[in-house]
Design a protein around this ligand. Structure first.
Ligand SMILES: C[S@@+](CC[C@H](N)C(=O)[O-])C[C@H]1O[C@@H](n2cnc3c(N)ncnc32)[C@H](O)[C@@H]1O
Length: 207
């Protein structure tokens, strides 16, 4: 499992993880979209895109992608990737997701990144995600559970199972897996992981 804290060396993380395959939650979500009506490419927003392991998969499948990351290194790394498809419709934005604005879209993907939002701002960012999704649009990504060994770290948001269910009340839950595991981070730090893996679709009747 790969993730990180707010103060990590992101450039080293990008170099280490950039060529890894896309996250299962992203692949699961992409597989559930029909062909876009009229052949118009669908738009995905990747919050905390990092080195772009998910972005590459979306582009490969013909999606338009807006990649948002607080680290300029992430967007630079992504735009310099040799495996970018030749006709890729990719935009990059250097911004905290707490400060970012993005257009209406079909998918908001945030793999191991959205918890790195301050608790005070999380609810507002989540509402922004909800309101930006088109009818039938999806959220895919991870949130951290309250039994994670990083729980309580400043600037990171953790949720109970009940919190997650409340956040997803306006969605049809397509995948919700709760994982607890003792392992090490890519930096060799022992850690108890408590992670919710989520794919959820905006309820058509609510939009
Ligand atoms: C653990 S990495 C995950 C990267 C990628 N999504 C993946 O699955 O490999 C988290 C990413 O979130 C970015 N990040 C952290 N806090 C952020 C924030 N508040 N706003 C935007 N990006 C943030 C970091 O710069 C980093 O690229």
């Amino acid at each position: 499992m790969n993730t990180g804290s707010k103060d990590r060396d992101w450039a080293a993380y990008y170099a280490k993880t950039g060529d890894r395959p896309p996250r299962d939650t992203l692949v699961f979500a992409l597989d559930r979209f029909d062909a876009a009506p009229g052949g118009t490419p669908r738009l995905a927003v990747d919050l905390g895109a990092g080195s772009g392991r998910d972005v590459i998969e979306m582009l490969r499948r013909g999606w338009r992608v807006l990649a948002i990351d607080a680290e300029p290194d992430a967007i630079d790394f992504l735009k310099a990737r040799p495996d970018l498809p030749p006709e890729a419709d990719l935009s990059g934005m250097v911004s905290r997701f707490e400060d970012a604005d993005w257009p209406e879209c079909d998918l908001v993907n945030s793999s191991f990144a959205l918890p790195l939002c301050t608790p005070a701002e999380f609810e507002r960012v989540w509402r922004r995600i909800e309101t930006s999704l088109r009818p039938g649009g999806r959220f895919a990504g991870q949130l951290y559970g309250d039994r994670d060994s990083w729980a309580g770290r400043e600037g990171i948001t953790f949720h109970t199972r009940a919190d997650i269910e409340a956040l997803l009340a306006g969605f049809e839950i397509e995948r919700l897996e709760e994982e607890e595991d003792d392992s090490v981070t890519p930096r060799g730090e022992a850690k108890h992981w408590h992670v919710f893996h989520i794919v959820a679709r905006v309820r058509l009747s609510d939009v």
